[in-house]
Design a protein around this ligand. Structure first.
Ligand code: FAD
Ligand code: UDP
Length: 367
């Protein structure tokens, strides 16, 4: 087989961005992925004029000017603003936590009334410096919002008690005292028009790609295929789990085609009570206001991860971060292998952060 400058393991966003930059710098790359398609978790496929986010809802949002300009070279983004609805039993609330949420929950009207209500609930709890997600959540929004909108959702999402989870997970969610349902605070936001797969296709134009190709089998047969490897799979798997398994959270997606035009009236509806086994239902057509007589919805069921399952989320608590650092110390001594992306760097990265990390990696490597 031909030789390459870089073997890139994983055709997800990190691998695609690195491949594009390397090609631009005159390097010859081979990209492999064990899945039968490119784009990793941002993969979309079109059915009945609807782009389906096969691995869950993907909303692009960033305040990073470089990243925003970068992606806009390849695809256009629409003006979608994520405004999820949270459903707790038969009560519907707006997310993120804002005046619409508080007004519905308590009948308050002004920001001062909302603040007073939350403060009075927090006062009763006597929490010092929050030690875990439960204390963080309670201290942020008080008992009612925590119990109706955070506790059940979080515990099913992560399969653990909120008392055993790191606080940073919900620091992702804004809390504001305005009537603003925008889930994100970032300057730029949208959905890649025509589906995110197009972004991956553009980034990989002119680069050789092998699909349904697992690195561990491939490298046995082709040990000298490339000068260097960029690896975006699981770092613990790369090292044969020699220090033990890192913990991941998996998901099961169940997608249905419905013979109706509009099922839930919003792209994302979260089910925040513990008793319902899924966390959210996505109705894909609303991301792009797609015209179609039918609709596609996806139920997202959180699941424990075991070897062989898809590792969607790293579990960045202290124990796992300490274990990751042991693998990272091995990775730092490699020289010929670069680790990147959500799985290679064991980090709960959003798309913009992955692109930023891939560009930084390419800047450093290709300078
Ligand atoms: P991946 O996309 O996971 O790519 C890694 C690739 O490596 C995979 O295709 C995998 O098959 C391949 N691979 C692994 N091991 C091997 C092997 N041994 N051999 C060959 N190939 C291998 N981000 C946002 O910004 N906004 C959102 O709204 C958002 N929503 C999300 C919703 C969900 C449910 C999830 C799970 C993530 C979400 N993200 C979101 C995060 C986003 O998906 C990631 O930031 C991004 O896709 C990570 O890219 P990556 O290249 O690091 O990893
Ligand atoms: N979360 C919650 N209630 C919700 C939505 C989110 O408690 O209705 C918490 C939950 O712990 C989740 C975290 O906020 O893991 C981050 O949510 P986000 O929507 O950013 O998660 P992602 O899209 O990455 O799964």
């Amino acid at each position: 087989m031909e030789r390459y400058d870089y073997l890139i393991v994983g055709a997800g966003l990190f691998g695609c961005v690195f491949a594009y930059e390397a090609k631009k710098a005159g390097k010859k790359c081979l990209v492999i992925d064990k899945r039968p398609h490119i784009a990793g978790n941002i993969f979309t496929k079109n059915k009945d004029n609807v782009n389906i986010h096969v691995y869950g809802a993907h909303i692009f949002h960033t305040s990073n000017e470089r990243v925003w300009n970068y992606v806009n070279q390849f695809v256009s983004f629409n003006n979608f603003v994520n405004s999820p609805i949270a459903r707790y039993r038969d009560e519907l609330y707006n997310l993120p936590f804002n005046m619409n949420t508080f007004s519905k929950m308590w009948g308050v009207v002004t920001p001062r009334e909302a603040r007073e209500k939350i403060d009075s609930q927090i006062e009763e709890l006597h929490i010092g410096e929050p030690k875990n997600l439960e204390e963080q959540g309670l201290k942020l929004v008080g008992r009612d919002v925590f119990e109706k909108l955070i506790k059940g959702y979080t515990e099913k999402q992560w399969g653990k008690s909120c008392k055993d989870l790191p606080a940073f997970i919900i620091k992702r969610l804004p809390l504001r005292f305005t009537y603003d349902n925008n889930y994100f605070n970032d300057r730029y936001q949208g959905i890649a028009e025509g589906g995110y797969t197009r972004l991956a296709e553009k980034l990989l134009e002119g680069t050789k790609v092998l699909l349904s190709c697992d690195y561990f089998d491939f490298i046995k047969e082709n040990p000298d295929i490339a000068e260097k490897t960029v690896y975006t799979g699981m770092i613990d798997e790369f090292y044969g789990y020699r220090f033990g398994e890192l913990e991941y959270r998996s998901l099961r997606f169940e997608t249905k085609r419905l013979e109706e035009e509009n099922y839930q009236g919003n792209a994302v509806v979260n089910y925040t009570e513990r008793e319902i086994p899924y966390t959210r239902i996505i109705e894909h057509k609303h991301f792009e206001r797609s015209q179609s007589p039918v609709t596609y919805i996806t139920y997202e069921y959180p699941a424990d991860w075991k070897r062989g399952d898809e590792p969607y989320y790293p579990v960045n608590d202290e124990k796992n971060d300490a274990l990751y650092r042991k693998y990272k110390a091995l990775a730092d001594r490699e020289g010929k292998v670069i680790f990147g992306g959500r799985l290679g760097q064991y980090k709960y990265y959003d798309m913009d952060k992955v692109i930023d990390a891939a560009l930084a990696c390419a800047d450093e490597e290709l300078k």
